[in-house]
Design a protein around this ligand. Sequence first.
Ligand code: HDE
Length: 709
Amino acid sequence: MTANGDGDRDRQQVRYGDQQVFRAPGGETHQSVNGTGERLTTQQGVPVSDDQNTLRAGGRGPALLEDFHFREKITHFDHERIPERVVHARGFGAHGYFENYAPLTDITRADPFSEAGLRTPVFVRFSTVAGNKGSGDLARDVRGFATKFYTREGNWDLVGNNIPVFFIQDAMKFPDLIHAAKQEPDRGFPQAQTAHDNFWDFASLVPESAHMLMWIMSDRAIPRSFRFMEGFGVHTFRLVNEAGRGTYVKFHWKPTMGLQSVVWNEAVKINGADPDFHRRDLWDAITQGAYPEWELGLQLFDDDFADRFEFDVLDPTKIIPEEVLPVRPVGRLVLDRVVANFFAETEQVAFCTQNVVPGIDFTNDPLLQGRNFSYLDTQLKRLGGPNFAQLPVNAPKCPFAHFQQDGHMAMVNPGTRANYEPNSWQGAEGGPREDPDHGYRSYPEEIAGAKRRLRADSFADHYSQARQFWVSQNDIERRHIVDSFTFELSKCEREEIRIRMVAGLRNVDEELAATVAEGLGLLEMPEATEPARAPRADLPPSPALSILERGPGSFAGRKIGVLITNGADAEALAALRAAAAEEQVTVEIVAPAVGGVDASDGTRVRAKQQVDGAPSVLYDAVVILASPGGARALSARPAARDFVTDAVAHCKFIGYTSGAAVLFEAAGLPADPSDLDEGFVSLTDYPPAEFIARCRQLRYWDRQRAAVV
Ligand code: HDE
């Protein structure tokens, strides 16, 4: 593979994926790497006669060192792991494309925004932050939302999160934040959770974290799945057009199916029942052709706006409310292909914030500036050398040409005589030349100032937007925030940490602080923390910050768990399936045995799950289709009773036929619970379409309101 052009043709030679073929660079021979070839061979291509037994002297004798097949195989195995990411270790990726709606050439010369309908291939990796690689998907945590755009002018990485602000204002504090959040160093636990002393010790001593704490204690930190969460570039970036004019930008990803989260009690149980819940959801959606989709929106502004805005637009602990500056939709992201190999793609993908393309530039956000150093550095460590950009998932899909060479695993070295510049070789032998007209140019921002370690005064307000987030939540969401502060702080062993945190919360909202204090059993309210700048109480609610107040009004993309028994009403099942299909909802059958049941008309209904392995927390709504005898048998099984009681506790819509009565009674409910609340829908009385229509609210929150009062 040469480094001076024709990258497309060359890349196919080392492509993973549907071809599942490896062709040595420059060579013609094909070598199967996944067992689809006729013969098993060593890495060197030597045919293997016996892959079951080591070479040994005599039937019961010692193994021989000359067994090159065994040594090669075991050595490779011993080296299979690379260091996991120090943060965002647990993640899952998929391929897709970004489709641009209309040319944005007046604002940016960036290739993905240049033409209407242009599709730029992308790879997206979602992640949690704090947990190790094997941790559960439903940790209360920020989610990473990192997108690599393979543009025609190089790779652009938009490495964002599902929360639009961050804990800290300066990259200098990132190692401290992450040390405090991850497992405590002496004992090595707890992992994948912030509910421990070190995290809250740090957080309570760093008031700039107040805004972010509100978000991570909210339902945003326990999304229903990646498909139902937003993404944000967080920092203010800069777009630059052909004429060199700059426009500030904040990036937003909005899921077309709307936002949805789970409740904490559910999250805890999902982690037990299916720790891979989020990655499985993404895999299932894509492989079933229900491609997850987000709209990219931009908040665009100039220096005048930045000067007028009440906070510093370089401060990553602040948002610009959508009501103040609308989000302009500019294109859509569609994920339509799962990875062919998890390690090759999801594990080896190397996102770097400094990967920008002409038309996209940075600002002086001190967190972004620090990230621009960190990501390249981390990839060198993680992927073992400077050639990670040659891995298929990281390589540009446009032609590329440079004089960089050698190093570990160099697969793409210059194919030219000259490997230096300037050189006087002509034509192909001379290699690539710089392009002053079209090459990347940094925005020529004027910079002046004394060299100092300083936090700008304009970053000093730590609480006003935390309060704005709080007043933008509805009663249920506020309850969840109070509950999670109470839960997490209750896990702290040292009382002074709890007290210090409550003291800080008083600057956000007195009622919030008082309710958390009550939940913690604090006997006295502490004095409020002295704020660096007096918080404002006059910022209006931003409706865009509430998940529940902006429901999607659709149940599409969700999953109904149907608990079924022998003798279940076949007609009701058929009608439910039809109504679900109409709404693009998945129906999953849960039965006493995975082999399935015989329905009332004698047909065999195959099950996807057995009841012990499929608690109702795995579903967005549930239906009990039981015959009276079937319900009686189920009611003896704790998992079946929990299926019902959890669905009730998690405010789910519950459909049922009259046969379910015995199971309801065993779960402590009336035989016909429809009198209790409208979240219960009798499919004996109502058509399934009515049930689905109610499910569009996603949860029947009034049930929780009734329980809270
Ligand atoms: Fe990261 N971050 N980060 N981060 N981050 C990494 O890079 C870092 C920050 C984010 O799916 C690391 O490849 C510093 C904000 C995502 O592979 C590392 C600072 C945001 C991912 C790193 C931040 C993010 C990472 C670890 C403070 C949202 C996963 C492994 C200045 C805008 C990408 C790696 C993937 C990963 C450093 C803060 C998002 C160590 C120094 C703010 C989505 O380089």
